[in-house]
Write a protein that binds this ligand. Structure first.
Ligand code: NDP
Length: 617
């Protein structure tokens, strides 16, 4: 782009043309390209490098609540249920421990880029103060374990266990849950909390199966091969190795620097550059935090979420890159008195300015002009998930690090010992996929197991033309069943996923407790209540199609296929704070409108006395 890159002098038309050209280049290149199924020999990419699964006998018993997923979703739901007096709560997870993404993502220098005082849940309840403003993965993983211990969630947990089938047994008023370890478990309530990053994604690159060198995905880091450890980013075994890294997303931003420092040679294969803002990590003063008024964490989370939702606040408690950008884009004083097209134009101008700042930073840090040019992102700010790092860009100044920009095409193919990109062959000792996770690009379910409700209704069938829920959490025909909402799932979304999950967990535990308090065993969601919520979602829906259409392909715009998204697979348009208030009002009404209750407690045996015949598959 020529001329002023920011401020009043910006040529908006030229900027738009440039963004559009970048988008079209990527769209053209990715036609027919998607992810690849990880079966056959590619299944090895899913092996757990951290812990060997232990053999065990299949389990056949009954629990009050079974949570599928032992990441922060399962942990927070479990903790809330324990607080509501439920004892037999079982977490089931494919991983070998609790922690979810923090169990798997142990790549060097992995951190959470949301401030730890907001992100790490239940700090006041567990009495823990994080050491750093942006906590490292081992500290977050340890905190997940702390929560599990604190709330007794290890008691009934099953790890290295993948759920294969969930079906409502109307004769018992229980869910029957089966797993790949032969378990056959009855549960009064089932909660699905698999998170948005449970399915490893390898791109559909021709020849991917033929690569014979060492290769792994960032969520299965092989420290045996690279040297170093999750808390030691000196990857000493790579000193004599040529390493290729595919991907330049949020994960790459964190682990490219230690790779660059350690490897003999590092090639970073880029399809689309990321937005890399200033991080500014540093230690937390524990004493200051300890002296805060009780309830400080909730206030801080709500303040962060309100800013994210574009709501004006008296004070920005977090004051970091996220809140700066959200305030600029949503609450700047520049917008006062503007509406309609004038407002939209001003917001677009602010977006261009923010992106120009990002590109200016690249110029300031990266010495080689050609490399700097390639690292500059040309799209609107929230087209892709923004990233923050203070060493990533500088890594490209190292003499052993080379950026291979594929001009939006992605790598061409893999051969036995090399990656081919831009027509050139790059022989490698090791290839690392930083290619992310499968997301809901078409709105289709990616649970990996069947859920069958009343009258044999399958959830995938029920939702084939779009989701139907109340608050994104409960579904009619699926009694005693909860699903933690993912992206575009009739609830809300902020980058602090854990804050939202805490609100969902509180709500779920409240409903489960209310069933019990009514002396009942089962709740069903009325179809009318579900239809009403879908209507609300459609009415409140913010029409973001034009914005997303103009974006470079990515998770946020269904890889450029915006039309694939059913209209009702959307977030609640009033924002997170308004949505949380709706949930609270609903709970406080005491009526739990939309739910009906059945099966009085006395009509059933105590779980412990169930006959063996109940556990037949
Ligand atoms: P992403 O999906 O964000 O990035 C994948 C990368 O792989 C992209 O750069 C993508 O390019 C690239 N890619 C895919 N296919 C090809 C190909 N054929 N050739 C070349 N490049 C290819 O995955 P990440 O693991 O980086 O992040 C996933 C999510 O994890 C994030 O969005 C974030 O939500 C979360 N995360 C959170 C962190 C935190 O601090 N809280 C830290 C790290 C991750 P393209 O952009 O062109 O599609």
């Amino acid at each position: 782009m020529s001329g002023d890159e920011s401020g009043p002098g910006i040529d908006l038309d030229e900027a738009r043309r440039k963004y559009r050209a970048e988008r079209d280049k990527r769209l053209k290149a990715s036609k027919g390209r998607g992810d690849i199924a990880l079966d056959g020999p590619l299944k090895r990419y899913l092996n757990d490098p951290f812990q060997k699964p232990e053999p065990r006998e299949p389990v056949a018993d009954e629990v009050e609540v079974l949570c599928i997923g032992a990441g922060f979703a399962g942990l927070l739901v479990g903790a809330s249920l324990k607080q509501q007096g439920f004892n037999r709560v079982r977490l089931v997870d494919t991983a070998g421990d609790v922690g979810g993404v923090w169990y798997w993502n142990r790549y060097p220098e992995a951190k959470c880029d949301v401030e730890s005082l907001c992100y790490m849940p239940l700090l006041e309840e567990t009495g823990y103060i994080p050491t750093m403003r942006y906590a490292a993965a081992p500290e977050i993983f340890a905190h997940a374990q702390r929560i599990a211990r604190h709330f007794g969630l290890y008691d009934h947990a099953l790890f290295h266990t993948t759920v294969t089938d969930v079906a409502w047994d109307a004769s018992l008023d229980r869910w029957r849950v089966q797993t790949d370890r032969g378990d056959n478990i009855l549960a009064q309530f089932v909660v699905v909390g698999i998170g948005p990053m449970n399915a490893v994604k390898l791109p559909d690159i021709p020849g991917i199966e033929s690569f014979k060198g060492k290769s792994f995905h960032t969520s299965r880091w092989d420290y045996g091969f690279t040297g170093g450890a999750p808390d030691n980013p000196d990857l000493d075994k790579l000193r004599d190795k040529v390493v290729g890294f595919i991907g330049t997303g949020a994960t790459a931003l964190q682990c490219v620097a230690p790779l660059g420092r350690s490897a003999k040679k590092l090639y970073v294969f880029q399809r689309t550059p990321s937005t890399v803002g200033v991080r500014g990590n540093g230690p937390i003063n524990a004493e200051t935090v300890r002296n805060l008024e009780p309830g400080w964490q909730k206030r801080r989370q709500e303040n962060f979420t309100a800013i994210w939702a574009g709501q004006p606040v008296d004070e920005d408690l977090v004051q970091d890159g996220w809140t700066y950008v959200c305030r600029e884009l949503h609450c700047s004083t520049r917008y006062q008195g503007l509406s309609g097209q004038a407002l939209a134009l001003e917001k677009e101008r602010v977006d261009f300015d923010l992106m120009a700042e990002v590109r200016k930073r690249v110029d300031e840090i990266v010495k080689d002009k050609d490399t700097a040019e390639k690292l500059k992102p040309y799209y609107n700010y929230f087209c892709k998930r923004p990233g923050w790092h203070d060493e990533y860009l500088d890594t490209f100044n190292l003499p052993n690090v080379e950026l291979v920009d594929t001009k939006g095409e992605g790598v061409e193919r893999l051969e036995e010992d090399s990656v081919v990109a831009n027509g050139r062959k790059y022989p490698l000792d090791c290839l690392i996929f930083g290619t992310g996770f499968v997301t809901e690009t078409t709105g289709k379910l990616r649970l990996g197991f069947n859920v069958t409700g009343r009258d044999g209704v399958a959830l995938s069938e029920k939702w084939k033309d779009g989701m139907t829920t109340l608050h994104g959490l409960t579904v009619s025909k699926f009694p005693n069943f909860f699903i933690i909402p993912g992206v575009n799932s009739q609830a809300v979304v902020t980058v602090n996923v854990v804050h939202m999950t805490q609100e969902y967990a509180r709500h779920i535990a409240h409903i489960a407790r209310s069933v019990r308090d009514r002396g009942m065993q089962v709740f069903d969601l009325k179809q009318e209540a579900e239809a009403d919520w879908v209507r609300t979602i459609l009415e409140k829906r913010v029409d973001d199609a034009a914005f997303l259409e103009a974006c470079t392909p990515g998770r946020n715009n269904y890889e450029g296929n915006v039309k694939a998204r059913p209209k009702q697979n959307a977030v609640y348009g009033g924002g997170a704070i308004e949505y949380f208030a709706i949930l609270k009002r609903w709970r406080d009404s005491g009526e739990l409108p939309g739910l009906e209750f059945s099966s009085a407690l006395s009509a059933h045996d105590a779980p412990i006395e169930r006959k063996a015949s109940h556990y037949r598959g």
